[in-house]
Design a protein around this ligand. Structure first.
Ligand SMILES: [Zn+2]
Ligand SMILES: [Zn+2]
Length: 474
């Protein structure tokens, strides 16, 4: 179709003397429901948590991995189970332009396992320890501290079935909370057995709940058939009354699972990591085997429905994904909730480093000199600040004062001609003239040697004629 020619009627604003009507302003762009922006004030918390988490995983011998956000949708159904809430209710999946059924990851583990298999990481010395950090997506009902784009930090240890791995994972998450100075957390621990011993327990559980079926919540009526273990952590008041009397899986563990769990508990005792045995802890995903754990804040601040994270062993998942049977375990924590807990409990990240030097300039030639000096100071590692878009010295020094800079360097026209700078001690107001080429060394002596030499007063002006004074010059 040919592009339609603009008719003269369509441009009435051309008429002489006619003021065009103001254009209607565009509607203000808005966030999607359940999503949020992390603003600079939030990011100081996130960067701090990332730093602490990074130090920890390095200490425990992990390497970082970063699988894509978008994967084949069947990957998550294969892992979490087709009946899990995460897949049936919460997953963002859609058909893309090339007709592929894709999904935004609701969790990391399936993607990490896929990457492990696809890139032959199984040939590395076992176990392979991988850590991840990033967003995941769940179309959940938005509530306090819960977002549809959530952020997770987690680790996977692939290639070891040893109980010591489980205990070290619990230790890692415990030390994460400790090193973040979170209020005391409670680590809940359970074993949900294996493919060998769980079916008998499952039958026992169904037998227990069947006569109570009509009193159960709607979800549990479905769970009774599809996923009976999940009934044990149902939060619905109708179901709560039956949980205490329900059979406990620890009584149904086979010998191997029992020994494994006992060893985990003994290692935790040995490391003096506190935990609580919770016989009703099952976790929401089908792939868990043996040890499962969750981290809960003990403070009431966040209500009783929000765990900070959790994890466990998933010995069958690698085989389920098409690999050779490989035992594995991992955990993830919800960063949104950790940061929320920090804020609610006034656990602040360390304050940013104080500005050591503020660079002020008057005039174009001075600005060029100041720009060059700024780069020099920055690469030398000084915490340096400027506001080169301001021309008035007064305005620049006000900023230096407001951010409590320790020193200010002032370069005006006279200093450009003399090859010097004015170095002002912002605490005492004393200032001295320093050679442009020596000011970095001078500042290093003043700021890095520990003891600061007294600032010499500005010498009397020399007798020779001066260049004209600058606007706002001190
Ligand atoms: Zn077992
Ligand atoms: Zn229920």
């Amino acid at each position: 179709m040919p592009f339609p020619k603009a008719s003269p009627k369509a441009t009435p604003a051309g008429k002489a003397g006619q003021v065009p009507a103001p254009r209607p302003s565009a509607p203000v762009a808005r966030l999607l429901r359940g999503f949020r922006d992390l603003l600079p004030a939030d990011m100081t918390y996130w960067e701090h948590v990332r730093k602490v988490a990074g130090r920890l995983v390095t200490g425990y011998g992990f390497s970082w991995i970063d699988p894509p956000v978008l994967e084949d949708a069947t990957l998550f159904a294969r892992a979490a189970g087709r009946q899990s809430d995460i897949v049936t209710k919460e997953m963002y999946n859609f058909t893309d332009a090339s007709g592929e059924n894709v999904a935004l990851r609701p969790e990391f583990t399936p993607g990490v396992v896929r990457a492990f298999l696809e890139h032959g990481l199984a040939s590395l010395p076992q176990p392979v320890r991988l850590a991840y950090w990033g967003p995941a997506f769940r179309h959940d009902r938005p509530q306090h501290g819960r977002y549809r784009q959530l952020h997770q930090f987690g680790v996977e240890v692939i290639g070891s079935g040893a109980s010591v791995v489980d205990a070290q994972l619990v230790a890692l998450v415990y030390h994460l909370c400790e090193e973040l100075h979170l209020p005391p957390v409670s680590i809940q621990l359970n074993s949900i057995g294996c493919a060998n011993c769980r079916p008998a327990f499952r039958t026992e559980l169904v037998n227990y709940y069947k006569p109570k079926r009509r009193y159960l919540c709607e979800d549990c009526k479905k769970r009774l058939v599809r996923n009976p273990l999940r009934m044990l952590d149902c939060k619905h008041p109708d179901c709560q009354q039956y949980i205490a009397g329900a059979p406990q899986i620890v009584d149904w563990l086979d010998e191997a699972c029992r020994k494994h769990f006992m060893a985990v508990v003994e290692y935790l005792d040995g490391m003096e990591i506190p935990y609580v045995l919770n016989p009703h802890l099952v976790r929401g995903l089908d792939y868990y085997t043996r040890t499962v754990f969750e981290i809960w804040p003990t403070a009431d601040a966040m209500g009783a429905t929000a765990s900070l994270g959790g994890g466990g062993r998933y010995d069958d998942l690698v085989a389920q994904m098409g690999g050779v049977p490989t035992p594995a375990a991992g955990f993830s924590v919800g960063l949104d909730r950790i940061v929320l807990l920090m804020k609610e409990q006034s656990v602040n990240p360390p304050p940013p480093k104080k500005t050591e030097v503020f660079l002020a300039q008057i005039g174009e030639a001075a600005k060029v000199k100041a720009l060059k000096l700024y780069e020099q100071l920055r690469t030398e590692g000084f915490v340096v600040a400027e506001n080169f878009s301001k021309d008035s010295l007064k305005a620049q020094l006000e900023i230096a004062n407001r951010i409590a800079a320790r020193y200010a360097i002032i370069i005006g026209q006279k200093e450009v001609l003399d090859g010097t700078v004015l170095l002002r001690d912002m605490d005492g107001g004393m200032q001295e003239i320093v050679d442009y080429g020596k000011v970095v060394a001078d500042l290093t002596k003043k700021l890095r040697s520990g003891v600061e030499p007294p600032v010499a007063p500005v010498p009397a002006p020399p007798a020779e004629p001066q260049p004209p004074a600058q606007e706002g010059k001190p």
